[in-house]
Design a protein around this ligand. Structure first.
Ligand code: AP5
Ligand code: MG
Length: 187
């Protein structure tokens, strides 16, 4: 299996796990959050537009995100397969992804939901905020990101369940244990 969507709340471990699994499977790790943060740091037009939304913990408008995913999926390393980390984030993005993939004759093998209780998510993100200073890792913005997740992203769990692609994985375990579980699922 080489085309995977990682679902999961902020702090669930999508980025941590996608980095290792993509390396193991030799496929592309596509994180819209990482791409957007790089654009913010580089002060590109896209970055300047995205910054306001990201600092508040709101989703960046779909039209800004769709273009960069489309472009990224066409790059050479993504032809071997990919993990989408943090995309899609709402129903419109999920539908756009379907049609974008249909155009290039692809479809996701699985959508993997990393399941972690809320209080653990908040603790992880507060720790990271302390350690790394990511601007949206403050208590207030974390709470808002979790609300946005519940309202806009969590419904995608049902969306992928309905099409028979959902796999749920307990993400509240040591990093290596979650990685092991994921790799055994997709190998
Ligand atoms: P994004 O970058 O996607 O952030 P997020 O979803 O809020 O979640 P994180 O990246 O914080 O969590 P993660 O699940 O990757 O966990 P991680 O592995 O880092 O989005 C940021 C913003 O960009 C959004 O708010 C939005 O504005 C914008 N954006 C991005 N994509 C968008 C889209 N498609 N559409 C619109 N807007 C978009 O782990 C978290 C911490 O926990 C780390 O410190 C890690 O070391 C630790 N940890 C991980 N796993 C474990 C474990 N098993 N045990 C203990 N600690 C662990
Ligand atoms: Mg992440």
């Amino acid at each position: 299996m080489k085309r995977l969507i990682f679902l999961g709340a902020p702090g669930a471990g999508k980025g941590t796990q996608a980095t290792v699994v993509a390396q193991d499977r030799q496929i592309a790790h596509i994180s819209t959050g990482d791409i957007l943060r790089a654009a913010v740091a580089a002060k590109t037009e896209l970055g300047q537009q995205a910054d306001t939304y990201m600092s508040r913990g709101d989703l960046v408008p779909d039209e800004l995100v769709l273009g960069l995913v489309k472009q990224r999926l066409q790059e050479a390393d993504a032809q071997a397969g990919w993990i989408l980390d943090g995309f899609p984030r709402n129903a419109a993005q999920a539908e756009a992804l379907d049609s974008l993939l249909a155009d290039i004759g692809q479809s996701p093998d699985h959508a993997i939901n990393l399941d972690v209780p809320d209080e653990i998510l908040v603790a992880r993100l507060l720790d990271r905020g302390q350690a790394q200073g990511r601007k949206d890792d403050t208590e207030e913005v974390i709470r808002h990101r979790l609300r946005v997740y519940r309202e806009q992203t969590a419904p995608l769990i049902d969306f992928y369940e309905l099409v028979g692609k959902l796999v749920s994985v307990n993400g509240d375990a040591p990093v290596e244990a979650v990685t092991h579980h994921l790799i055994s699922l997709i190998s």
